[in-house]
Design a protein around this ligand. Structure first.
Ligand code: HEC
Ligand code: HEC
Length: 284
């Protein structure tokens, strides 16, 4: 009898203990889910998917292997799934922040700016950290990284100097610029200038001509200087283009912009889309 009562109260105690543990765990779980949901939004706004997935050859998401053809040679994007051997699964958050914020690998090597850390370096710390958490929650894929095939004159050892000059010509966004949502979206996350701004001989963005088009990439001038361009479109037409890839004349978007629409801008929230459009319209 007594044994039975003790048993019941032991049972009650463990239920109580379990319940309180569960209650304590709830806020932690909720924050973890918030972080992942925020991280996913950053991931989409920054379009990490396009370059790091070899969609043309049915590659696994984020396992890399996509070839980027440039005048400096062919870059093959690396695996950024959380596989610890071939991907970035054994990276600490600090190492990830260093890659995005400084263009430095965990062993201290400089990354080529074909990885647009030149834009991502202006992301807020919080956005970088949530993005890290999201990436680490993805499916790991075992897939080794093939080497880049670069022109003889292109070397990682020259990148330190390149980065120093570039940082001077194209400094990080200020806190004030980061707080301007539309500007932050197009300059840091959406990195529109990486394709739409002309570059100098060293491949650095010409900030004086921001978004005035890059002929080599066939990316049009997005400023009011281009009267045949978006200056002539209504805001609804611009949104239709960024959501459905449809030009006002009925044509469909092609080239690299098709990737941007498919994997990024079509999924942007109403507020972010409105902020982006307002920011493009504010260009004098
Ligand atoms: C325009 C194409 C492009 C986009 C967009 C892009 N990357 Fe990359 N990324 C690259 C290339 C190319 C490299 C290899 C650079 C090198 O070897 O120096 C790279 C390298 C990396 C590395 C280093 C991996 C390693 O094994 O050392 C990480 C991490 C990374 N990218 C994460 C991201 C994240 C996160 C995003 C989105 C915020 C992103 N990338 C968007 C092209 C891209
Ligand atoms: C990877 C390169 C790349 C990136 C990044 C990129 N674009 Fe583009 N964009 C292009 C190319 C190439 C075209 C021409 C598409 C075509 O030929 O149909 C284009 C076309 C456009 C057009 C149509 C303009 C016109 O006059 O016809 C708009 C609007 C546009 N992009 C906006 C953006 C915005 C906003 C961003 C950032 C969120 C962005 N693009 C990021 C390459 C890019």
């Amino acid at each position: 009898m007594t044994g039975g009562r003790a048993g019941v109260s032991r049972f009650a105690r463990s239920v109580l203990a379990g319940l309180s543990l569960w209650l304590f765990a709830q806020p932690a779980l909720a924050t973890q889910q918030d972080t992942l949901a925020r991280g996913q939004r950053i991931f989409i706004l920054a379009n990490c998917f396009s370059c790091h997935t070899d969609s043309e050859n049915d590659g696994q998401p984020l396992a890399g292997g996509r070839e980027l053809k440039t005048p400096f040679g062919v870059f093959v994007t690396p695996n950024i799934t959380p596989d610890p051997s071939s991907g970035i699964g054994d990276w600490t958050e600090q190492q990830f922040l260093l890659a995005l914020g400084e263009g430095l690998s965990p062993t201290g090597e400089h990354y080529f700016p074909s990885f647009p850390y030149t834009a991502y370096q202006s992301m807020t710390r919080r956005d970088m950290r949530d993005l890290y958490a999201y990436l680490m929650s993805r499916q790991p894929v075992v897939q080794d990284n093939p080497p880049h095939r670069l022109q003889w004159f292109v070397s990682r050892y020259l990148l330190g100097g390149w980065k120093a000059v570039n940082r001077w010509l194209n400094p990080r966004l200020t806190a004030e610029q980061q707080a301007d949502r539309g500007y932050y979206l197009r300059a840091a996350l959406g990195h529109c200038q990486e394709c739409h701004t002309p570059r100098n001989m060293l491949g650095m963005l010409d900030r004086e001509r921001d978004l005035q088009g890059n002929e080599m990439l066939e990316a049009p001038d997005l400023t009011p200087r281009n009267q045949q361009g978006i200056a002539d479109w209504s805001d609804d037409e611009l949104e239709e283009f960024l959501r459905d890839g449809l030009y006002p004349d009925g044509d469909y978007v092609g080239g690299h912009m098709a990737d941007v629409v498919e994997h990024s801008t079509q999924h942007w929230s109403e507020q972010d889309m409105a902020a982006l459009i307002a920011s493009l319209r504010a260009i004098p």
